[in-house]
Design a protein around this ligand. Structure first.
Ligand SMILES: NC(=O)c1ccc[n+]([C@@H]2O[C@H](COP(=O)([O-])OP(=O)(O)OC[C@H]3O[C@@H](n4cnc5c(N)ncnc54)[C@H](OP(=O)(O)O)[C@@H]3O)[C@@H](O)[C@H]2O)c1
Length: 343
């Protein structure tokens, strides 16, 4: 086993997709508490584009194997491993050290895959046994590869940090990975969902997944007014805010008295002058969300299994096509998730 090698996408000599190269990498000896996984599929998050382009952390040390999300089969276990056995189907966790509800700062700064730690864009990887979760039986490797970051973020926003109830009105912004999982979970939990998108075609697909009301935010840039109309001027209970500075003002106008804005992303910018008065005058809670820990991931998988929920995959690429897949993600043409087959 000493000479085992894998293939890995390595970001080296600078940021940018042009600096991604497929390399052979030696697979180290397995320590007693780790498992070796043959990765079968990986998926992309907007964070991966930011990381590879140097916008997420310009001080990220290179070389780096990118991507946080993947799924595969356990092909070897360390001598002291008890959680998994050879043949199990698993997903490595986004934060390798965050287990319970509350993260420590190192869980978020030092232990996340695809930066600062080497990620899933490789054919074989090894993780500590506590840093992986079993795949729900009804999901393929490709479907499972979409869960560790995007799905868990949506789950944390709706269930862990804020307990949405049946009948709550949830607004999801756009039709990317996080928002489509939020749509699916909100429907699973009995909520009314208002979906927004820049595209009529994507709104049709959101309706097929159960979205109750549809707003084209290109045609209606003041989409908060539409949310107010739909909710009889009350506003929505919960907003899945992935736009950030560019959309927060509308989210503040769209949320109800005592409602929640889950602040997740910065697709439309990270800083802008914003009037904070309505937040306090309306008792609004703005809750930052950062993915989630392993126990929340396991709870989410139980719910996904019980409801036989299937992730929405927009398009598949071959493993070698990572640069093309990242460009496609950046174009924003996708609905839901983008997956690369690895085996
Ligand atoms: N905090 C966390 O833990 C966490 C975890 C995951 C992701 N994120 C962040 O959350 C954001 C979404 O991530 P993702 O992976 O889901 O991204 P993604 O799949 O790349 O989402 C892209 C989609 O977002 C929509 N969008 C873009 N600009 C928008 C705007 N101004 N208003 C409304 N929708 C807009 C577009 O949907 P349409 O084409 O339908 O208009 C676009 O197709 C990113 O900023 C990411 O970094 C944060």
């Amino acid at each position: 086993m000493a000479n085992l090698v894998c293939r890995a996408h390595v970001l080296e000599n600078g940021f940018g997709v042009e600096n991604l190269h497929l390399r052979e990498r030696a697979v180290p000896e397995l320590d007693p508490y780790s498992i070796r996984i043959a990765i079968k599929a990986v998926s992309l998050n907007f964070r991966d584009y930011l990381m590879v382009s140097g916008q997420y952390n310009p001080k990220q040390k290179l070389p780096l194997i990118p991507l946080s999300d993947g799924a595969g089969e356990v092909i070897a276990v360390g001598s002291s491993v008890t959680r998994f056995q050879v043949g199990d189907r698993v997903m490595p966790t986004f934060s390798q050290s965050w287990i319970g509800k509350r993260p420590k700062s190192d869980d978020l700064r030092k232990s996340t895959l695809g930066g600062p730690l080497d990620g899933t864009a490789r054919t074989i990887m090894q993780v500590p046994e506590w840093a992986a979760v079993a795949i729900p039986d009804h999901l393929s490797y490709a479907e499972a590869a979409t869960l560790p970051c995007a799905a868990l973020t949506a789950w944390s926003a709706l269930v862990v940090m804020n307990q949405v109830k049946p009948g709550d009105v949830v607004v999801v912004l756009g039709t990317g990975g996080v928002s489509i999982f939020a749509l699916q979970f909100a429907k699973m939990l009995g909520c009314t969902v208002i979906a927004t998108s820049s595209s009529h075609d994507k709104l049709k697909k959101a309706a097929e997944l159960g979205a109750d009301y549809l707003i084209n935010y290109r045609e209606k840039p003041e989409w908060a007014k539409e949310v107010r109309k739909i909710t009889h001027m009350q506003g929505a209970d919960h907003i899945i805010e992935v736009g950030g500075a560019g959309t927060l003002e509308q989210s503040i106008r769209a949320v109800r008295m005592d409602g929640v804005i889950s602040l997740i992303g910065i697709l439309a910018g990270s800083s802008k002058e914003i009037n904070l008065l309505p937040i306090l005058m309306q008792n609004v809670r703005v809750q930052g969300i950062l993915v989630g820990g392993r126990e929340a991931f396991e709870d989410m998988c139980r719910a996904i299994a019980a409801h036989k929920l299937k992730p929405a995959i927009d398009r598949f690429f071959d493993f070698a096509e990572l640069p093309e897949a990242i460009q496609y993600l950046k174009s924003g043409s996708h609905f839901g998730k983008i997956v690369l087959n690895v085996s």
